[in-house]
Write a protein that binds this ligand. Sequence first.
Ligand SMILES: Nc1nc2c(ncn2[C@@H]2O[C@H](COP(=O)(O)OP(=O)(O)OP(=O)(O)O)[C@@H](O)[C@H]2O)c(=O)[nH]1
Ligand SMILES: [Mg+2]
Length: 718
Amino acid sequence: MKVYQTNEIKNIAILGSSGSGKTTLAEDMLYEGGVIKRRGTVEAGNTVSDYFPVEKEYGYSVFSTVFSVEWQDRKLNFIDCPGADDFIGGAVSALNVTDTALMLLNAQYGIEVGTINQLRYTEQFQKPVIFIVNHLDNASSDYDGTVAQLKDRFGSKIVQIQYPVNQGPLFNAVVDVLKMKMYRWKPEGGVPEVLDIPADEADKAAELHAALVEAAAEHDDRLMEKFFDEGSLSEDEMRSGISAGLITRGMFPVFCVCAGKDMCVSRTLEFLGNVVPTVDRMQYVKNTEGKEIAPDSNGPASIFFFKTTVEPHIGQVSYFKVISGKVKEGDDLQNADRGSKERIVQLFSVAGQTRNQVSEMMAGDIGATVKLKDIRRGNTLNGKGCDYRFDFIKYPNPKYRRAIRAVNEAEAEKMSELLTRMREEDPTWIVEQSKELKQTIVSGQGEFHLRTLKWRMENNEKINIEFIEPKIPYRETITRSARADYRHKKQSGGAGQFGEVHLIIEPYYEGMPAPDVYRFGNQEYKMSVRDTQTIDLDWGGKLVFVNCIVGGAIDTRFLPAILKGVMARMEQGPLTGSYARDVRLMVYDGKMHPVDSNEISFMLAGRNAFSTAFREAGPKILEPIYDVEVSVPADYLGDVMSDLQGRRAIIMGMNSEKGYEKLSAKVPLKELSSYSTSLSSVTGGRASFTMKFASYELVPADVQEKLLKAYTDNQEDD
Ligand SMILES: Nc1nc2c(ncn2[C@@H]2O[C@H](COP(=O)(O)OP(=O)(O)OP(=O)(O)O)[C@@H](O)[C@H]2O)c(=O)[nH]1
Ligand SMILES: [Mg+2]
């Protein structure tokens, strides 16, 4: 492949709901571009994309696939992205290194929840979008209904470049109102006949052509003037107007294809080659210092790695975009994130797992390399005198978690190594060795997501794993003040131990007044504060430890031991062994023994006095509450709401978004364990949700009771 200059390169993400036909379209483009001689099919498992065993097994994309097509002296770099919500990570990475999004729509279903989710990202990243309506050969194909949904959502920005003359199993013709021609295919697809528009289509074509001319003129003052003067534009002028409209997201063109039969794909490639903006015309990325970095091949060399995979017989393949400068084989570069040095041994332009060697790549280009020693996804390699770093890719929060363990304990370590590697390949995996829950927790985007991990572990790596219910990171706290004292005494031969601690505890809250007078029974305790230590607990919340000892009742050198004892109890709360938080504790009295008092004595006395007081202080369990946002078609709203209410959810609000309702609620994590699966079954996969940790709140009394009982039962079993 020749070396392409920045103004000859276009980077395009292929998006759309699962099953909309992205991988099939990619196959057609590779075929039309002469990269492959025969088209594979997803069913046969022989497409260029979807080459991982798990993708062939499941019949849908799990990872994004990079491929390039040379078209009319342009290099079109495509990234075929998974459409399933669970694999959204691939689309998020792709959108951050490409400039234009092709959004496929399945003409049977129109705008789906998957479409809406991905549209949100194109909006968030302000990417130009071209809509491609596919599956036109399907009996229930409804092109006009789909366009109507688009217009309902985007109004006059939706401009048809083509429309199908017929639909369903006999679909074979499209009218293109930019070229003002009709394209007709033989039933098996392939090279179309290019015909004049037949009379019975003339009016509709003319009307849509006029709308296209007007829309194209709108995005360029010079064209607008010409349009007002002459009422028309040339094809090239229309192209430049459309291109301008694309860049500003002022226009969303609509195309038709039948990817299944490779119909109208070469026409789409032609449009991409002619009209879609090249890298140099797009918004520049910003480095971590907020500086805009122009895709200038004469600039300093800087390449950003957005994807890595591990492939049989070659190991890690690292995919990058040349952000600035150029990269050549043999270059020595510095890893800006890890400080290590790397030599670029080989450079490739790729088509799935096929790699074509190239000698050099210019700013804006997307390629791959192998045999790097120490690269991670998100790293940047720079040439001499360049220290750019980039962190512009933000992945969505996880929404499905499970504890994972190797069926065969002996394989636990290998399993952890593999988890680290898989997280490297898919950034939406979060793997946490939880010291608190004593579990390895994997969090991902959904049940499918985890199922693919299991499949890959068992089939590719031959390690059997099982998912178990993850424990909930509960917290404990107190709701009123309490006093307790404890004497630890061991004086039966050998080194004696003696320590006595008197303390008062109360719930801690920000801005509370200094400790003063406390009344328990008919006794009053006046605190005189000597010293206060405020501890930000690793698990959230605070412990405020106040020395109110008077008259040297306890020597200050024993206070750290008392605190240590209290912290031991904070780490393993008296109720259910969960972390405790938000307590203020005043040590106000005690006793020492001149010989037998030592650290261990006061550590134990402190811990036990604290436990006693804690149990007296109206102890409560707190549970993690998450903010959940569900996007659901209006007709499923009722079911989704009652399902949420069955999960102790508090509905916070609702707003409509074009046929979709956006519901926000506060839901206990405990109730969200398999929410993604049940939401999908309640709505037939037509809804999606996000979740984010919000706060810790007291559990209801009945839940507390159940948790206490479960804990005691567990203790007895041990
Ligand atoms: N009838 C018909 N089937 C199609 C067409 N395009 C794709 N398909 C079929 O639809 C199914 C899904 O196609 P894919 O290309 O895997 O869809 P995708 O968008 O990549 O799906 P994900 O990878 O899950 O996001 C496959 O069985 C294809 O053969 C089409 O134009 N007509
Ligand atoms: Mg696919």
